[in-house]
Design a protein around this ligand. Structure first.
Ligand code: PLP
Ligand code: ZN
Length: 394
């Protein structure tokens, strides 16, 4: 483990920040091409553990995560005049990319001899942590912002048997609270500040290369607490260092207009300032003080990437477009990546003909209320005897 600021190194241990300067920690591998053979890995089952030599965990708790589909989106590509793929992380066991982090994180909890896991969550993290903790026979405590998480996610945390604590405040407040309780030595904190989480999530990058057989020009994804963009960038850098790829993609992070501290920093070239009252319909990215902002901003600068924000209306339009043009139903936060793509094409930031992978981070069924409310007027109520007539006129 190495501090990204003062570069202090630590043996593997359950700490979350640098003990010298409070900086973020990262797992560093001394990589050589002899350690990992992509040809050998490709003969294994297509899931995250195909890359096991590059993932620092031994006592593995798995639900067969990763190996998610990369869809070529011909209809949308034609409409937007780019070459678009969607990496659908909603196809993971609990319906979001968080499972990649939790298979590694919960495995480490067991290696470190912990018996309770915890996290603060806008929903998906708690759903995933609760599932992997159940499978690993660990107790799990999740802290959620009261009334501000999607119903499907809450249902998951409850059925997997987590202790669900709803606090009166937003995600940022919940995160402060779990930091305090994780000082208890039986408890292991599994928010994305935990560097082992990112070791699982970086495999999104490996898989994109594995499926395309080359690096796309750009990756676009929603940014909340900023762990995933940092993890995926790390994955591409590692494949580059191993000589597996010869090009890295531009990392492009999308936040919601009401919660965009990273976009503000990037666009105004100013100091990082947290957003005190984050607000957006995309509850998964309703985060005002992303813990990994520094890693994310590094990823954006190092990759010559970009940061942009989108309105709730743009998010909901993109959600509908992706569903109706490509048959892919994603939750609002995930649709932010498509909304961001459209905005950046219109602004001329993205060149026509670029090859782009949008990461859709969570399944649409997680948050059915938004859709049920928006589209309820599309239901056609008729008497049985009128159905034939109605169809004739369609
Ligand atoms: C569906 C979805 N998308 C995006 C994010 C943001 O990911 P990160 O916090 O790693 O930036 C989250 C986090 O909760 C999420 O659940
Ligand atoms: Zn440090």
């Amino acid at each position: 483990m190495k501090c990204i600021d003062c570069k202090e190194e630590y043996e593997e241990q359950p700490i979350y920040r640098c003990e010298k300067c409070n900086g973020l920690l990262e797992i560093e591998f001394k990589l050589s091409a002899d350690d990992f053979d992509i040809k050998k890995a490709r003969k294994r089952r297509f899931n995250l553990w195909r890359y096991k030599e590059l993932i620092p965990a031994k006592k593995i708790v798995s639900l067969n995560e990763g190996g998610t589909p990369l869809y070529e989106c011909k209809n949308l590509s034609e409409e937007l005049k780019v070459k678009l793929f969607v990496k659908n992380e909603g196809a993971n066991p609990t319906g979001s990319f968080k499972d990649r982090g939790m298979t590694v994180g919960v495995s480490k909890a067991i290696e470190f001899g912990k018996n309770i896991t915890t996290c603060a969550s806008t929903g998906n993290t708690s759903a995933s942590l609760a599932a992997y903790s159940a499978r690993g026979n660990l107790k799990c405590i999740v802290m959620i912002p009261s009334g501000k998480i999607a119903y499907g996610k809450l249902a998951q945390a409850l059925i997997f048997g987590a202790k669900v604590i709803a606090i009166d405040g937003n995600f940022d407040k919940a995160l402060e609270t779990v930091f305090k309780i994780s000082k208890n030595e039986n408890i292991y904190l599994l928010n994305s500040i935990n560097p082992y989480r990112l070791e699982g999530q970086k495999t999104i990058a490996y898989e994109i290369f594995d499926e395309l057989n080359h690096t796309p020009d750009r990756i676009i994804l929603p940014v909340g607490n900023a762990g995933n963009i940092s993890a995926i960038w790390k994955g591409f850098k590692e494949f580059y260092e191993l000589g597996i790829i010869d090009k890295k993609p531009k990392m492009t992070g999308i936040q919601a207009d009401g919660a965009k501290p990273i976009v503000n920093m990037f666009k105004n070239k100013k100091e990082y300032v947290p957003e005190k009252n984050p607000e957006t319909i995309a509850t998964a990215i309703r985060i005002g003080n992303p813990v990994s902002w520094k890693k994310a901003i590094n990823a954006i600068y190092e990759s010559d990437g970009y940061a942009e924000s989108v309105t709730d209306e743009e998010i909901l339009n993109a959600q509908r477009l992706l569903a109706r043009k490509e048959g892919i139903f994603v939750e609002p936060a995930s649709a932010a990546s498509i909304a961001g793509l459209i905005k950046l094409i219109n602004e001329g930031i993205i060149d026509k003909n670029e090859e782009i992978v949008c990461i859709t981070t969570g399944n649409g069924l997680k948050d059915p209320n938004v859709v049920a409310d928006l589209y309820k007027n599309e239901i056609i109520y008729v008497k049985e005897e009128d159905v034939e007539n109605l169809i004739k006129n369609m």
